[in-house]
Design a protein around this ligand. Structure first.
Ligand SMILES: Nc1ncnc2c1ncn2[C@@H]1O[C@H](COP(=O)(O)OP(=O)(O)OP(=O)(O)O)[C@@H](O)[C@H]1O
Ligand SMILES: [Mg+2]
Length: 359
């Protein structure tokens, strides 16, 4: 079970949208997912089609009283085939005061204890946090092994960076929980030069902490929330669905991998050098990701970039044993199939991958 907290103290940067739609994308890939709505605004609860006012019980029952953690399973709402919700309610805003007298340690471990009680019922737990770093966010950070910080790519002011770095610093210093932090650029409008520059700045600043995927502006995301379903079900071919499916692929590819057991020299497969080329007039950054590198863009790949007839050409050099491989290009954060390769295969996410045969 991987527990991921979606955190940023800035309001309106796409936390809830990321929680609900990443959950939808992971579910579409066959995973069992639990969404924990830790925001008293209950936006994730609403976006999953559940009216908090119509429920008798919610996370308050689980978090307010010592021992309430065991109640978690009882308050869960099943929202679709492989997705459950731990619903929020406005009463969660009273929790901070209610628990004020308790020891810091006890009151920030409530969510962690509650989740541990569920055993291995889920592959992923996604926790939506409120736009502040109070008791509820602390609970999420202590329960999670991973953190995703959605970062609005359109209005990226320097104080935003500082606040964000504070959050990251706070995670490692003040909590005895070694979380892996990643930044997800959201609300990206590629038509404006300002947004493109901002995205470049974010990448420059955060480098490997950044997802390769960028979440573009897409009104269908807003509509899906209003209709109470993740976009994977509301509009599976919309950009918003594609973007969150790409985030899901990155998340799925990211757990620490087991090293291959050491092979003796004479058992090492013979590697072939393979080159694929991608030409584009506008792209700034082109990487390749496939089953050969765990879908981690450009991992283990050498790139040569040349200018040719007004286009830039990326040559990707791979060393692979004979076999059949699937891959996609990541062009400025957008996952694309190879435009000059007719061989494709359907991927589990409902899109197609390009196919490479090495003889
Ligand atoms: N990629 C997107 N394209 C278009 N609209 C979006 C996108 N992401 C989020 N929105 C919309 O922007 C608004 C804010 O997004 P969201 O609620 O996910 O942010 P949040 O960080 O959870 O906010 P809060 O801090 O209040 O909890 C919502 O109306 C949402 O539908
Ligand atoms: Mg929210």
């Amino acid at each position: 079970m991987r527990t991921i907290a979606i955190v940023n103290q800035k309001g309106g940067c796409g936390k809830t949208t990321t929680t609900v739609n990443l959950a939808g994308a992971l579910e579409a890939d066959g995973h069992r997912v639990l969404v924990v709505d830790l925001d008293p605004q209950a936006h994730a609860t609403l976006a999953l089609g559940v009216d908090p006012d119509e429920l008798d019980e919610n996370l308050y029952e689980v978090l307010a009283e010592p021992g309430g953690e065991a109640q978690l399973a009882a308050v869960l709402v099943n929202v679709s085939e492989r997705m459950d919700l731990a619903p929020s309610s406005i009463v969660l805003s009273a929790l901070e005061q209610k628990l004020a007298a308790e020891r810091q340690d006890a009151r920030t471990l409530r969510v962690k204890t509650a989740l541990e009680g569920l055993g291995a019922a889920y592959d992923f737990v996604l926790i939506d946090c409120p736009p502040n770093v109070g008791l509820l966010t602390f609970n999420a950070l202590r329960a999670a092994q991973e953190v995703i910080i959605p970062l609005e790519a359109s209005f990226f002011a320097i104080d935003g960076v500082q606040k964000l770095l504070e959050t990251i610093g706070l995670l490692s210093d003040r909590l005895d929980n070694d979380v892996e932090v990643r930044i997800l650029p959201t609300l990206y409008d590629g038509r404006t030069r300002y947004a493109r520059q901002t995205l470049a700045d974010i990448r420059e600043l955060f480098k490997d902490l950044c997802f390769d995927t960028v979440i573009r502006m897409n009104v269908k995301l807003r509509e899906a929330a209003r209709n109470g379903v993740p976009i994977s079900r509301y509009a599976p071919s919309a950009n918003g669905a594609r973007d969150y499916a790409a985030v899901a692929i990155e998340v799925e590819a990211s757990p620490p991998r087991q090293a291959d057991p050491l092979l003796a020299d004479d058992e090492l497969p013979e590697l072939r050098e393979v080159m694929v080329r991608y030409a584009d007039t506008r792209a700034g950054d082109v990487r390749i990701a496939g089953d050969f590198n765990g879908w981690v863009p450009d991992k283990g790949v050498r790139s040569v970039i040349e200018a040719e007839n007004g286009e830039r050409v990326w040559t990707k050099i791979l060393h692979l044993p004979p076999g059949t491989y699937q891959y996609r290009y990541v062009v400025d954060g957008e996952w694309r199939e190879d435009p000059v390769n007719e061989k494709t295969a359907p991927s589990p996410t409902g899109r197609v991958n390009s196919v490479l045969v090495v003889r």
